[in-house]
Design a protein. Sequence first.
Length: 140
Amino acid sequence: MRNIVAALIFGAVAALPLTAVAGETPSPAGAEVYFVMPQDGKTVANPVRVVFGLRGMGVAPAGVEREATGHHHLIVDAVLPPLDEPIPSDENYRHFGGGQTETFVTLPAGPHSLQLLMGDQNHIPHDPPVASERITITVR
């Protein structure tokens, strides 16, 4: 029963709109982050090449305050973090504070979810948040 309640709560939290709570740094109207590769549903081999796409805003390293910019965070097998706090930094929340726009990741064989989230100079999501759709890949 506890697992069912947890699943219901998790589903409700995952379905919250991105604008429920956000950081203080404004994002440009229409800004969008997306995956160039891999494509949703693909089976891939390690190391997995991940290329980030971005429209409507620029990339600046962490710590650099510049209007209409941010830097990428790759979320692996996890949900969006609280959108009004710094994005965690661990194996599930990978930071690209140097302004990188691609990476290679090694993941265990099997299915994985990936999502991108832009962060401001302090690693806090913009308002409104700029997050990609969550995609699923399978590593062989």
